[in-house]
Design a protein around this ligand. Structure first.
Ligand code: 5GP
Length: 202
């Protein structure tokens, strides 16, 4: 399909991690810290909306049929059945929308999606893997969050164990033990990447 020649191309910073490693908290912090430069990539998903979530802000919630149609039309930059019968994906239109606003795009996605975007966008993309200090700590955090049933918690832990094996494949690993330390390391990583971007453009 022919792409509009006028869509400017920017950069992507992708935070990925096992569920409960704290990447969402870090991503939220970065959006507050760099409001001019960064914007959040809102993913499409077929999972149920949680009570506090807003459609079009946290996710684009859609039914499975709509999601499948978009896969067939080639509308996704990447998509994944992250949990059984729960699909998540990044729409090409979302990336283009944020690049048109002149933003560096911040992602909160699973490890396979992160690999796909890295393969696709190469040096335009920086992948930061957020690692929990241990699986035991991850389990404590997920239990405290109270969004999971016992079986969905177990699913998330099993997936985390698999995902931790991928960590060395990414550009940076950020161990989230002390949140303030993780915030400041994340800020430095983002600052550095944005600076490089500016000097490349000069
Ligand atoms: P949650 O259901 O807790 O919001 O997200 C579950 C998992 O799906 C998280 O690891 C989250 O990062 C991942 N995820 C969210 N959006 C996307 C996406 O667009 N693509 C992929 N591959 N994973 C996503």
């Amino acid at each position: 399909m022919k792409k509009s020649a006028s869509t400017p191309r920017g950069k992507l910073i992708i935070f990925t991690a096992p569920s409960g490693a704290g990447k969402t908290t870090i991503v939220r912090h970065l959006l507050k810290r760099f409001p001019e430069q960064l914007a959040f990539s809102i993913s499409a998903t077929t999972r149920e909306k949680r009570p506090h979530e807003v459609d079009g802000k946290d996710y684009y919630f859609m039914d499975k049929k709509t999601f499948q149609d978009k896969i067939k039309s080639g509308d996704f930059a990447e998509w994944e059945e992250v949990y059984r019968q729960q699909w998540y994906g990044t729409l090409n239109a979302e990336i283009e929308r944020l690049w048109r606003e002149g933003k560096t795009i911040l992602f909160d996605i699973d490890v396979k999606g992160a690999s796909r975007l890295k393969n696709k966008y190469k040096e335009r993309a920086l992948v930061v893997f957020v690692a929990p200090p241990s699986i035991e700590e991850l389990e404590r955090r997920l239990s405290r969050r109270k969004t999971e049933t016992r079986s969905s918690l177990l699913k998330r832990i099993q997936r985390a164990i698999r995902e931790l094996e991928y960590r060395e494949k990414f550009d940076r690993v950020l161990v989230n033990d002390d949140l303030d330390v993780a915030f400041s390391e994340a800020e430095q990583i983002v600052h550095h990447f944005i600076q490089n971007q500016n000097s490349e453009e000069e």
